[in-house]
Design a protein around this ligand. Structure first.
Ligand SMILES: [Zn+2]
Length: 140
C-alpha cells in the first residue's frame, strides 16, 4: 500500500484515498513529498511572493458548470487558473483570444491574486499550460 507523510502538515496520506490518476503528492525543491492541499498553499504563497516581472506556470481550466448554467454563452469568467493538483482556483477577470501566427491561437488573460496583478499567456490549443507573469498594478 502506498502511504506517505506530508512534510508540511505531517498528515499521513494513503494514495488510495486520492484520485487514482494522480500520484497523490507533490515534491518540493528538496525532494520531500507534500500533500495536494499543501501544494495549493505553497502555490498561493509563491504567487504572493512574486516580484514584478517574475514568472511561473499555471493551468487554464474551463468551467463547464458555468457554461451549462448560461446555456453556452461565452463569457470570460467561464475560465479559471489552477495548479496541477487542482487545489488552487483563481478566477480570471479578462481573457482575449487572438492569433499568434497562422496556425496557433494565443490567449492573453489577466487576474488579481493577493492584491497583486498578473498576466497570463497560453499559446496553442494542445495544452493548458499558462505562463504567468506578475505585472505592475494598474495606476502604479
Ligand atoms: Zn500537507
Amino acid at each position: 500500500m502506498n502511504i506517505f507523510r506530508c512534510t508540511k502538515c505531517y498528515r499521513i496520506i494513503h494514495h488510495s484515498q486520492v484520485n487514482s490518476c494522480s500520484t497523490g503528492y507533490g515534491v518540493d525543491s528538496e525532494g520531500n513529498k507534500i500533500c495536494l492541499v499543501c501544494c495549493g498553499n505553497e502555490d498561493r504563497r509563491h504567487l504572493k511572493a512574486m516580484a514584478i516581472g517574475d514568472k511561473t506556470m499555471l493551468y487554464l481550466v474551463k468551467n463547464t458548470e458555468f457554461v451549462a448554467r448560461t446555456c453556452g454563452v461565452q463569457q470570460h469568467n467561464e475560465f479559471w487558473l489552477s495548479n496541477w493538483p487542482g487545489t488552487l482556483k483563481i478566477p480570471i477577470y479578462g481573457i482575449h483570444v487572438g492569433h499568434h501566427n497562422w496556425e496557433l491561437n494565443r490567449y492573453d488573460m489577466w487576474f488579481k491574486f493577493g492584491g497583486l496583478e498578473f498576466w497570463g499567456l497560453k499559446i496553442g490549443d494542445d495544452h493548458d499550460c499558462v505562463t504567468v507573469k506578475r505585472i505592475k498594478d494598474k495606476g502604479e
